[in-house]
Design a protein around this ligand. Sequence first.
Ligand code: 3AL
Ligand code: ZN
Ligand code: ZN
Length: 488
Amino acid sequence: MILKKVYGFIPQLPSSDCSLLPHNHYWIASKYIVTPNGTISGAVEIKEGIIISVVAEENWHVNSWFTTVVNYGESVVMPGFIDVHAHLDDPGRSEWEGFPSGTKAAAAGGVTTLVDMPLNSAPSTVSEETLKLKVQAAEGRVYVDVGFWGGLVPENAENASSLERLLNAGVLGLKSFMVPSGINDFPMTTASHIKEALPTLARYKRPLLVHAEVLLDLDGKVELEDGVENARSYSTYLKTRPASMEEAAINQLITLSKDTRAGGSAEGAHLHIVHLSDARTSLNLIKEAKQRGDSLTVETCPHYLAFAAEDIPDGDTRFKCAPPIRDAANKDKLWDALLDGDIDMLSSDHSPSVPEMKLLDEGDFLKAWGGISSLQFVLPATWTHGRKYGVTFEQLASWWSEKPAKLAGLTTKGAIAVGNQADIVVWEPDMEFDLDNDYPVHIKHPSISAYMGSRLSGKVLATFVRGNLVYKEGNHASQACALPILHR
Ligand SMILES: NC(=O)N[C@H]1NC(=O)NC1=O
Ligand SMILES: [Zn+2]
Ligand SMILES: [Zn+2]
């Protein structure tokens, strides 16, 4: 990085505790700036946290005596990643993650905004009052911006006024589970609860995110070897959560999503299927519903794109998640669907616990906590595996910034464009690194991350949140100056 000196005038400085770059008017230059109009060589002008111009090199004429320029050379300058699916577990279970550690990890990984899931904190975010607790816990403690999904649970699904209070309080949308969530104060919803809530969501024009698996009667389908199925074998766990569980849930959802079509009774509402793992029938059902005009989107996560069931070592419960990671052929199909646009976007589903709950010593896949810990590594994980499939910088920006911003209603984020907030990641595609014990990992419990021990490419050099340089080459700004985001 080359920082040209400012001479001749004294710039107005933001609090230097909030930013590692003490200027509030400056340019970022690079040979590779990813914009909605393609990747350009040029510069981005940032003033008071906003992008005020984006200029191609040939049209860029600044007087370097009066201008601060951070020149990143051939490193890639992209819109910051927006992770619409992260469990930060704060307040109430901050020993699992927490806002400070989770958002430091996000910043170190190029994620500039995340939307926190309503469960795994205690209490769950299912009411106006519990949302207030979330916002209080986030204030002054976040290094990247954080929005909040509210929980759709039977209690508020059956009570339109309590749902309206939650929406009025500023959640960006709702999230529900069609299977038991594993969290006591976050009970599952049935299709009829979802149907009941859709007209309210339509009026508020906010999305419902759904964990799409339902319980099936699997009696006799988990075959026993020698009378005892080996709980240390990943294949045992896989048999307990077959693709048919996703398929059955999605079948129910697409009977509801037809109401979201133009002229339908829930026009204005939107359904979003989180963490799709099954790239076969489930994906076809989603494709067909979209073709019919349903307001429906779907995400998958890097762990379904990076790992294959066959390769998961016995007892390595770091890889346990729901829905489960499936076979290598399924992984290839997920990549195809992403590249074809049938899967709209990516998210982390960062869902850590304390290490004890991963039962790493016993290696029991049936009893261990289900959740992949990945927040800091989603950029290099997507890139490392995606470059084998010919993924472009523009595609990364679409899956990780533009589409997530649209889902969450973040109209001034998600692209390097004039008028948007200056949320930017700078990274080096060819720089490789080993995630070993020497690597600076900021998630609270590195030992439970499925990525530890691997070699990745795509190193994040710098992360800007609303113009503040919050992370640079291993260091964070000293103060957490990012903001909770509420729907207005
Ligand atoms: N409660 C919770 O975070 N569950 C998540 N973990 C996981 O692997 N899938 C989920 O939905
Ligand atoms: Zn889920
Ligand atoms: Zn989740």
